[in-house]
Write a protein that binds this ligand. Structure first.
Ligand code: FAD
Length: 275
């Protein structure tokens, strides 16, 4: 069972709990992006099992008539097993899912294979697939030019991995500057399908300003347990999605959330001292 402090950042261990969470969010105007926790599988059977779980999950969203979609990690559905395993599992998910399918972006050396797979499916489904791109990678300007004419959505994030300095911006201020630059390009060049994947109030405000100037539709995406009151407030005016991790592999995800921010660590400590 997930302890209450970790429960803040994950929606439970089971599909049913995750779907209940989406239902509660929907009642408050926020949509859900479900992510079954799991990554870096080197065994095809594990990758196939999680692909099956995503197909069930998408079916659950449709059965319960929930406003939500799914987001898969390439290394969870076979990228580190073989290109064929990844391709076959992504194709199975995209074909079976009666909902939008996001593809998360992982380490820098997976970007080409992830983009190629995304583009193929985005064109085949006329845009029912989205991909994440990372503002800390120097190549992302070229990536966005490539994706501008491709159907499907693009989620811009700052980047959660640690790529080598030759290919990535390392200073936070530079990453923020590039985030703004890339977002501006997206609002100017994309017809729709822009997702702002950030908790940063400055980036969200910047997106709001770009929307005022250009009118290009966009959505805001934040994680479960992070700035949730802002998510509900923003949902009064904008399309807001909460990215919802769930599943039995919750501990390492929770640990990452605690390590990345002092406020989260203090929150966890307070819950332990006075539960
Ligand atoms: P930061 O730059 O970390 O912080 C800026 C400001 O935001 C802070 O000063 C504070 O005001 C506010 N803030 C940030 N965190 C908190 C918090 N916990 N509580 C309160 N305020 C806070 N990365 C990938 O590499 N690949 C992916 O596929 C991917 N998908 C993502 C999907 C979503 C929906 C989101 C939200 C993030 C995703 N990320 C992904 C992670 C992303 O790359 C960043 O590592 C992460 O979002 C932190 O950057 P930030 O823009 O939110 O804010």
């Amino acid at each position: 069972m997930i302890p209450p402090i970790a429960n803040n950042f994950v929606a439970g261990e089971t599909e049913a709990e995750a779907l209940d969470h989406v239902e509660e969010l929907n009642e408050r105007g926020v949509k859900g992006i479900l992510n079954l926790l799991g990554e870096h599988y080197d065994d095809r059977a594990d990758a196939d099992a999680d692909a099956d779980a995503y197909i069930d999950l998408a079916d659950g969203l449709a059965r319960r008539d929930l406003d939500g979609c799914i987001s898969v990690k390439p290394s969870q559905i076979g990228l580190e097993v073989s290109d064929i395993a990844f391709e076959e599992n992504l194709a199975r998910i995209v074909e079976a899912a009666d909902c939008f399918v996001w593809v998360d972006m992982e380490d820098h050396d997976t970007v080409d294979r992830t983009l190629d797979a995304f583009e193929r499916h985005a064109r085949e489904t006329d845009g029912n697939v989205g991909v994440c791109v990372q503002a800390n990678l120097k190549r992302t300007g070229d990536t966005l030019e490539r994706l501008a004419d491709c159907p499907g959505k693009v989620r811009l994030v700052k980047g959660a991995y640690d790529p080598p300095a030759e290919i990535a911006y390392k200073e936070k201020s530079k990453v923020d500057e590039m985030y703004r630059e890339y977002l501006t390009y997206m609002f100017e060049e994309f017809d729709d399908g822009i997702a702002v994947g950030s908790h940063d109030p400055a980036m969200v405000e910047f997106a709001q300003e770009l929307y005022e100037d250009h009118g290009t539709p966009f959505e805001i995406q934040m994680l479960t347990g992070v700035r949730e009151s802002a998510q509900f407030e923003l949902a009064d005016e904008y399309e807001v999605y909460q990215y919802i991790p769930y599943g039995s592999k919750w501990f390492s995800y929770f640990y990452r959330r605690i390590r990345e921010r002092k406020a989260n660590a203090l929150f966890a400590l307070r819950a332990i001292v006075s539960p």
